[in-house]
Design a protein around this ligand. Structure first.
Ligand code: AMP
Ligand code: MN
Ligand code: MN
Length: 314
């Protein structure tokens, strides 16, 4: 059950040592919300660390405090530390960062599939991003939002709602984004950084698009990131999903990504179908229109299983 907004503030102010983390394969929301919270807690002169058990895409390196992001092996904690888990449903989503959570845990999240695991939680599935929740908390607490945190929070909100194009965009989402721009966020600079690609990566897009496949009378589109295709794209493949989901007539879009011969990472997006339910079949989750899971099978087998479940659902 959610703690009150004042209790969340009290918990954060009470601790002197705080570790902030979010889900593996961190996206804009995971990174932006952790760095904004880091900014505020750091300004209160606390000992604060930001940990991700994954490489962070360097396209985010324009954010203030990007350099503060550390790997689990670089950090020592004990049970006097508070762990803040942002944008994640359960401890299994944290990779090795979970091993550093030795004391109490505060979870701030917006996933419908949240597992309600923490000592204190503030879960808002009606919000588009963890960054939208944090913005709302800062505003409610009357904490002046510094421009650098506003940039991080704007990036968090904008990336999770597809720059205000997805169905999770509400009036509240836009009001929070407006407040962030008023606080000094730079929408143009953020978009420039996120959209910029090397010419080689831009040209690789042509190769990637050739690999999109259609299923189920063209209502389903999928893309498999084989090791060969990832020679063109690199490790960070999240940005290609938009091309799959934007194909005319497609309701469900998915990507499957090679991790190893026995592990495949799956992303699902939809216009009407509940993809959280499809991801849940494989032990994953997320939101109704955007979800993910990891399947302990080869890329080809995982793709077949995912297509089968999607075709059942549409
Ligand atoms: P992705 O396709 O990785 O961008 O994930 C889509 C949404 O589902 C994001 O909000 C993720 O945080 C969430 N998600 C992805 N994988 C999982 C999982 N295994 N368990 C719970 N939520 C997930
Ligand atoms: Mn996320
Ligand atoms: Mn999110």
């Amino acid at each position: 059950m959610n703690s009150s907004i004042q209790e969340i503030r009290h918990v954060l102010e009470q601790y002197d040592r705080i570790m902030i983390t979010a889900h593996v394969s961190p996206d804009g929301d995971a990174i932006g919300s952790t760095l904004a919270l880091y900014g505020w807690l750091h300004s209160l002169h606390k000992e604060v660390v930001v940990v991700f058990d994954d490489d962070v895409d360097e396209k985010f390196n324009f954010l203030q405090d990007y350099e503060a992001i550390q790997k689990p092996e670089d950090i020592q904690t004990d049970d006097s530390w508070l762990t803040v888990v942002l944008d994640a449903t359960d401890m299994n989503r944290l990779g090795h960062a979970a091993d550093l959570a030795k004391g109490k845990i505060l979870n701030i999240d917006h996933h419908i599939s949240n597992q309600h695991f923490a000592d204190w939680e503030y879960i808002r599935p009606d919000f588009a991003a963890a960054g939208e929740i944090l913005t709302y908390l800062f505003l409610t607490w009357n904490i002046p939002i510094e421009a650098a945190w506003a940039d991080a929070l704007y990036l968090a909100v904008a990336t999770d709602c597809g720059f205000f194009k997805f169905s999770n965009t509400t009036g509240h989402t836009l009001r929070m984004a407006g407040a962030l721009v008023d606080a000094g966020a730079h929408p143009n600079i953020i978009s420039e950084h996120l959209d910029a690609r090397s010419l080689a990566k831009m040209q690789a897009l042509g190769e990637v698009l050739q690999h999109i496949e259609l299923f189920g009378s063209n209502a389903v589109a999928g893309l498999a990131f084989t090791p060969e295709l990832m020679q063109y794209t690199g490790e960070h493949t999240g940005s290609y999903m938009d091309y799959v989901r934007n194909i005319k007539g497609v309701d469900v879009a998915f990507t499957v990504k090679f991790v190893s011969d026995t592990e495949t990472r799956v992303s699902l997006r939809s216009k009407t179908v509940d993809v959280n339910a499809i991801a849940a079949v494989f032990g994953g989750g997320g939101h109704v229109r955007a979800a993910g899971c990891t399947i302990a099978s080869s890329l080809e087998d995982a793709k077949k299983m995912v297509v089968k479940e999607i075709l059942k659902a549409i």
